[in-house]
Design a protein around this ligand. Structure first.
Ligand SMILES: [Zn+2]
Ligand SMILES: [Zn+2]
Ligand SMILES: [Zn+2]
Ligand SMILES: [Zn+2]
Ligand SMILES: [Zn+2]
Length: 267
């Protein structure tokens, strides 16, 4: 893969440059290209991720809808590609230059254990996940798995300590009370989810007043009242004017203190 027609001459560099081409989407060296009508090659991994896992067929560069693409080791203009005798994946409208390229695509979508020497294949992700846990004590982050839509082999696996650290830094982890012992279920994708969880599960530890305040905060946050609604807050005891909420103007940001965790949240 020494040449790539998509690059302008000044970018290609000096002759004899043997560096692998890099995918413009993921910045990794490209082994197999995906080419469509608009002739914007990306790597087959990015293309597979888009078409198969995200069900989106547009070109990631120009957004043109690509009714079909060809996976090939050499970048050549799309119009000159003869697809007639190629293997074809009908469901995702992908042609494969040859069997090797098709195997690479299959490999990408398999659920293989990276930690075993022989990299066994599992029928589905759940089986692989169970195997990881039982035999390697390694874990996937379920929130990321649901959200990121990447091929299984690209997903991060880690031991429990690293997973917990990841929960803390990249998601919203509750470590109140019993939740400290919870290994997987006390982590949330959004602040709002965490807050709802706290109100529901930890309010027995609060004083009645704090609990009522937590519920009120919850309601106010959800309704997100406009300034002209502020007299209603006063009827409820004027909390709004005492800085429970910031006055951020029209539908402004909500600032409030979580009564359980005692930290400031912004909405
Ligand atoms: Zn890529
Ligand atoms: Zn394009
Ligand atoms: Zn294994
Ligand atoms: Zn995650
Ligand atoms: Zn909790």
């Amino acid at each position: 893969m020494s040449r790539n027609v998509s690059k302008s001459p000044e970018v290609v560099g000096c002759p004899g440059d043997v560096q692998d081409e890099v995918c413009v989407v993921c910045f990794r060296p490209v082994e197999v290209y995906s080419v469509g009508e608009c002739d914007h090659p990306v790597c087959y991994e990015c293309s597979t991720r888009m078409r198969v896992l995200c069900a989106r067929n547009e070109c990631p560069i120009c957004r043109k809808e690509m009714s079909k693409v060809v996976f090939t080791r050499e970048v050549i203009p799309f119009v000159s590609i003869q697809t007639r005798n190629m293997h074809y994946e009908r469901r995702y409208a992908i042609f494969f230059e040859n069997e090797g390229v098709m195997r690479a695509y299959d490999f990408l979508l398999e659920h293989r254990c990276k930690a075993c020497d022989d990299m066994p294949v599992f029928r589905n992700f759940t089986q692989l996940k169970d195997h990881m846990r039982k035999y390697h004590e390694r874990f996937y982050c379920e929130l990321c798995v649901d959200h990121l839509k990447v091929p299984t082999f690209q997903m991060r696996i880690c031991d429990y300590n690293a997973l917990r650290k990841h929960f803390r830094t990249d998601h919203y982890l509750c470590e109140e009370g019993d939740c400290q012992e919870e290994r997987f279920t006390s982590v949330f994708r959004t602040k709002l989810d965490l807050q709802a969880h706290c109100t529901q599960n930890h309010s027995q530890n609060m004083t009645k007043q704090a609990a009522r305040q937590a519920r009120t905060v919850d309601i106010e946050f959800t309704l997100n009242p406009r300034p002209q609604d502020s007299h209603r807050q006063e009827e409820r005891g004027g909390r709004g004017s005492r800085g429970g909420r910031g006055r951020g103007g029209r539908g402004g940001r909500a600032f409030f203190r979580c009564p359980i965790h005692n930290f400031i949240k912004t909405g």
